[in-house]
Design a protein around this ligand. Structure first.
Ligand SMILES: Nc1ncnc2c1ncn2[C@@H]1O[C@H](COP(=O)(O)OP(=O)(O)O)[C@@H](O)[C@H]1O
Ligand SMILES: [Mg+2]
Length: 589
């Protein structure tokens, strides 16, 4: 039930209007009985006297006209009222979902890495679409139908008892059984719907991964395997759906039969009462005309109750997302950097544990403003994890990282990240123009600026040859560009924010040596002060750095310049000898 309370709280300024809509639904349900009651009245006041006396008495036909006019007027009123009620439901529920989707999306933007590694994309998409729609469906349809059913049933019961208690009792005798059946059904179907939702999310995830990884699939000629894998999820979803539907099929014959028995009760018992004069033809007509207002609510109650179960499952997922909080946030007393950040970065006895694995330990490293530091080390050593600590992609589990002498946790997170330019190891480009991708950090950037950074990152050379130059839209994730071209756009994007600290994670690994040399020269001559931290695999990238840091197995094992490290036995020297074909070994030593 807390899910309903939560949604109610989200209705914000619409509470009164929503209550109005619910009350209107109840009134409309009462009004639904009107037509049959008016018809019954016509029966007793027009047709019965007519049949008994054989002729139309004075005023009878006038009375008929009046009653028919009342009937028409009443129907128009009911339709108009219904129209406005529908409109209100639609407006409220669309507004609710719009705001909820906006808030959820905003919350997702604030999540940390842990969040995105815990939730699969397909699952998040299911929450933002299917689950969200289930909430809208509940607010504008299910709750309203439940009220409609309950009020319709209650009003009919009262009307029946007022007309003839014995006939009413006969008709109501079966209703407890229908209730019992729908109740049992809804209790059994709940876990099935939770499962159904999971299966749908699995299906979405499979599809999403396949679409995103389509190149790999084709490269490995694994289409058949992928189709099979999707088929498996698809079948699981079908089976879950079938299971839920079959459960309803198992109950529905009993529910239907019991509902139909109401009509039989009216014909049989009502007929006998009519014959022996206990009730009038009007009363009989009314009972007969209103069997549906007893049977319909009962038949649908089961359906709506189980739709409500689906709502509980979906709302639970939405609420979980709504309240998931990133552990990496600005503190309430966060400080803004005073002017431009100078770019002194210091790691003080930093340790990092990720999901039980010690990724980094006892890292002590001081980087002065404007320095260029190269970080080298085998794959899996912890290079990406180390540089990720600076923009706070993760917080260290021991020690601290400082920027300009202030612990980075104390900075306002947005301000901290704004002073850092980063090109991540897995290049991600948006399906936007080349121009738009470079200016991502500052959409208002003038074109000349974009082109200037494109020049520095050596994007200009190939961008100008694209069909629409900088205005060429590159595909999702940069499909249609080479690895090195994507890396260069990512570098231009990182540079374009004029960062105080520039972090490049293997950013030139896919560009040729000549281009790399050009980029290095450009980076050395930047017209704004900038500390450069460059993760590299190649000696050619690292050797001009002011300082080279080697990380092995989560710890710093070597620090020094190219001259120092290339002479000292260790990782750097080994890589150096390997990459230079052992030639320089003879020269050096
Ligand atoms: N989110 C994570 N959860 C658990 N372990 C991780 C996570 N990210 C990285 N690791 C582990 O941390 C180690 C260092 O990874 P990484 O920093 O990417 O290395 P490098 O960049 O030097 O290749 C690896 O053993 C990797 O498996
Ligand atoms: Mg890495």
């Amino acid at each position: 039930m807390f899910q309903l309370r939560w949604v109610w709280a989200r209705l914000g300024g619409s509470h009164k209007r929503y209550l109005f809509a619910l009350v209107s639904t109840a009134l409309l349900a009462v009004m639904a009985l009107g037509n049959s009651i008016i018809t019954a009245n016509i029966m007793d006041t027009v047709f019965r006297p007519l049949q008994e006396s054989g002729t139309a008495g004075p005023g009878i036909s006038g009375h008929l006209q009046v009653m028919v006019a009342v009937l028409v007027g009443f129907t128009l009123l009911r339709t108009g009222f219904g129209y406005f009620t529908n409109l209100t439901y639609e407006n409220i529920s669309q507004k609710l979902i719009y705001e909820l989707r906006r808030d959820l999306y905003k919350n997702m933007q604030e999540q940390d890495q842990a969040f995105y590694s815990a939730y699969r994309t397909g699952d998040l998409m299911t929450r933002l679409t299917g689950d969200m729609d289930m909430i809208r469906h509940t607010v504008c349809f299910i709750l309203r139908q439940l009220i409609h059913c309950i009020v319709l049933f209650t009003t009919t019961t009262i009307t029946f008892f007022a007309a003839d208690w014995l006939l009413a009792l006969c008709m109501l005798a079966v209703t407890p059984f229908i209730f019992l059946l729908t109740f049992l059904f809804s209790r059994q179907v709940h876990p099935l719907y939770v499962d159904l939702r999971e299966k749908l999310s699995g299906l979405n995830t499979a599809a999403q991964e396949n679409i995103a990884g389509n190149r790999v699939v084709r490269a490995f000629a694994r289409e058949g395997y992928e189709i099979e894998r999707f088929d498996e999820k698809n079948r699981a979803y079908k089976e879950a759906n079938k299971k839920a539907s079959l459960l309803w099929l198992r109950y529905s014959p009993y529910i239907e039969t019991l509902s139909q028995s109401l009509s039989i009760a009216v014909l049989l018992v009502g007929g006998i009462f009519l014959i022996n004069g206990r009730i009038t033809i009007g009363t009989f007509t009314m009972f007969n005309g209103l069997t549906w207002t007893l049977s319909e609510p009962m038949r649908s109650l089961g359906v709506y109750l189980n739709d409500l179960q689906r709502f509980f499952a979906s709302a639970g997922k939405i609420i979980e997302l709504y309240y998931s909080k990133s552990t990496i946030v600005s503190r309430p007393d966060a400080v803004m950097p005073q002017g431009r950040v100078k770019g002194r970065v210091e790691f003080k006895d930093v340790g990092l544990k990720l999901r039980g694995t010690q990724v980094l330990s006892h890292i002590d490293l001081k980087i002065e403003p404007g320095e260029t530091v190269a970080i080298m080390g085998p794959t899996g050593a912890g290079k990406t994890s180390l540089i990720g600590l600076i923009p706070r992609f993760a917080d260290p589990t021991a020690g601290q990282v400082e920027l300009d002498g202030v612990p980075i946790r104390r900075y306002d997170l947005k301000a901290l990240r704004s002073s850092i330019g980063i090109a991540t190891q897995d290049v991600f480009l948006f399906s936007d123009t080349v121009d738009g991708n470079i200016a991502y950090g500052d959409s208002g950037m003038p074109e000349e600026e974009v082109e200037r950074f494109a020049q520095i990152a050596d994007v200009a050379g190939f961008a100008e040859k694209l069909p629409q130059g900088y205005d060429t839209v590159i595909g999702e994730r940069g499909t249609g560009l080479s690895g090195g071209q994507k890396q260069r756009i990512a570098l231009a994007r990182a540079l374009a924010v004029k960062p105080s600290v520039l972090i490049l994670d293997d950013t030139t690994s896919a560009v040729d040596l000549e281009t790399e040399k050009y980029i290095q020269e450009q980076l050395a001559g930047l017209d704004f002060p900038c500390t450069k931290i460059i993760v590299a695999q190649r000696i050619s990238t690292a050797k001009r750095a002011d300082k080279i840091v080697v990380i092995e197995d989560g710890s710093i094992t070597e620090v020094g310049t190219h001259e120092e490290l290339s002479q000292k036995p260790g990782y750097y020297r080994e890589v150096f000898l390997l990459q230079n074909g052992g030639e320089e070994e003879r020269q050096v030593g």
